[in-house]
Design a protein around this ligand. Structure first.
Ligand code: MN
Length: 177
């Protein structure tokens, strides 16, 4: 396989992002951005919207290792994050803020990035808000040509970008027997 064979070949040049669909105690989406060698992570209960008038709560959670960006499978009961994980979307991203790095944006509480995923594309803003035990943010689609209030990919696009499986298929095939 040559370096140009797939999306993963771009890693190391452009930072990447992934969105994992996580069927845990409460089903949610985990949004992860590669920043300075780790995956900065948010749990987004309703997942990202393509409609700029929708604000989606995004709860900042623990950083993950870059290796985890490719993970799909079943985390056994009793372990952190127990449940089924689907690699729902992935791609590269770029910083839209010409004055601040994404790492600075994390400290300031405002990040604006362009996402180039297979399901999720265009500008997205993360805005930190007050409240909660963990830092809470709003994830908002920016107004650009990729905005589309008629799409609802978290409801209509239910297959993995890695394996084309549904959550149920992953659970059945990956659970320890
Ligand atoms: Mn999760």
């Amino acid at each position: 396989m040559g370096k140009s064979a797939g999306g993963k070949a771009d890693r190391g040049q452009a930072p990447g992002f992934v969105i994992q669909w996580h069927d845990a105690t409460q089903r949610h989406f985990d949004m992860r951005l590669e920043v300075d060698g780790v995956l900065k992570s948010w749990a987004v209960p309703k997942g990202p919207s393509t409609d700029p008038s929708e604000k989606r709560l995004a709860i900042e959670v623990e950083d993950h290792d870059l290796d985890y960006a490719d993970f799909e499978g079943v985390i056994p009961e009793g372990e952190y994050g127990a449940g089924t994980v689907m690699l729902w979307d992935r791609g590269g991203y770029r910083n839209l803020d010409s004055e601040h790095s994404v790492a600075e944006g994390l400290k300031r509480g405002l990040i604006e990035v362009w996402l180039d995923g297979e399901k999720i594309r265009g500008g997205y803003a993360f805005k930190r808000i007050e409240g909660g035990d963990k830092p809470q943010w709003l994830l908002i689609k920016m107004r650009d040509e990729a905005a589309d209030a008629r799409r609802d990919p978290v409801s209509t696009e239910t297959h993995s970008v890695k394996s084309d499986r549904t959550l149920e298929e992953i659970r059945q095939q990956e659970s320890p027997s």
